[in-house]
Design a protein around this ligand. Sequence first.
Ligand code: F6P
Length: 540
Amino acid sequence: MSLKSWKLLESNFQKNAQKKISDYFSEDADRVKKLSLQWESFYVDYSKNLLDQETLDLLTTMAEESGLNQAIKAYFEGKKINETEDRAVLHTALRQLSPSSIMVDGQDITPKIEEVKKQMYDFADRVISGKWKGHTGKPIDHVVNIGIGGSDLGPAMVTEALEFYSNNLQLTFVSNVEGDHVEEMIKKINPETTLFVIVSKTFTTQETLSNTNTFRKWFLNHAPESAISNHFIAVSTNLEKVTEFGISAENIFPMNDWVGGRFSLWSTVGLSICLAIGPKNFEDLLQGAGKMDQHFRKANFKENLPVILALITVWYNNFWEVETEAIIPYSQYLRNLPAYLQQAIMESNGKGVDRNGKAVDYQTGNIIWGASGTNAQHAFFQLMHQGTKMIPADFIGFAKPLHKGNDHQDKLMSNFFAQTQALMQGKSAETVKEELTQQGKSPEQIEALLPFKVFEGNRPSNTLFIEQLTPANLGSLIALYEHRIFVQGIIWNIFSYDQWGVELGKQLANNILKDFDKSQMDHHDPSTQGLIGYYKKFRD
Ligand code: F6P
């Protein structure tokens, strides 16, 4: 990496590598004030990190040196920043607080966005109110979203996250090309009252088309062909393919190629979310994201949440050589946020060549994983506390629960705070000795147990503390991560908006599928050939 600030950050790292987070707190009584931000109903504390003001200054200088200001401008203005696919990246255009024109290929895209949004909201209102009927005149009570990747993870995660705001419709998501899963779903649905929402940006995705065909076949065993239009709706950019598939024009919700799959929940891809929580809540979700967009565009880097958090990730990834980052939402509603962010972050920044097509000689996208707290505490936190790896973590929590009338919130919050405290402060040999002595253990017993009970601490985390899980706050939270991805892509000088790395597997799967019925397979490597041969014994 040739940036001047990068070299200075290396020196800063060398200078402070032996320092502990607790040392930084002892040195500066105002650390929390300096290393935390209050924005709308978000309070973000990043003081429990292995860095000081000088590190942060250098990191923000690096952001400037990377051309982040100009890059943000190009991103929001609709420049074709997805260069390898020759596309703009404009999910932000779908959630402008006060829509102003954005030009793509000489056309203002804003009026069409508003028109399609209206189409989506009208449709959702009709289904929710029961005005939209199934083919036998009964209202819809179950929506099955068929899609995969960005056409599944975002809608599924948000629908689940906003369950509190849901209406009478039951939502099910089918993604994997696994006949058993589809058959299990079929057992649970009624052909008279189920609506299938087929979501595929390209409408060429094997999983989605196969699952749709199976549901369609099952449906036609119970209903006439003419009933398809009451029960099958599609969301796609590929209107031709959808029509070929037999879905009538009025049942197609268009989307645009300037919305990337993993950033598409704000578009018609979010139709299932809109059906589950209603247009008003969906609009709040958009507005929340729109507010975060404004903050990201306008705030000084030193007070800019996505920028600060992105830079902290870069700090650990590139200077501390940390490989993974955990996301721990203290909300069961957000149990699938880590899975959603895995696609958003890893499909975006899992790149090994820079913007000039040259192999990078530094680390790029980090590995994302996690689960909801407190479940995660009883699963993998042992490794986070006492394992050999440093795992920076984002702890996400909500100050106010959605349901009143129980005494759980204080318990949840005490765990939420205790874990970042434990990770940072650890437990010294002296404290362990004292505790064991008080428990009446002999000096020999204490000596034997001591190494296992000591926590070295000094493990970093960010706390994203949000007032309450509302559609708007969820919108802001997701947008925060989206922009964090963008910033990292700029620093690492990689293209964050293509995903060529998923193509090879698809291509080979198609080749292998064709080979199942052929006797000659010697063009495969011996291992794969052996696996195919083994499978064929069960198949034939
Ligand atoms: O395989 C990766 C991917 O292209 C994702 O980027 C995308 O979200 C997913 O497949 C689904 O694609 P589509 O919406 O075109 O079916």
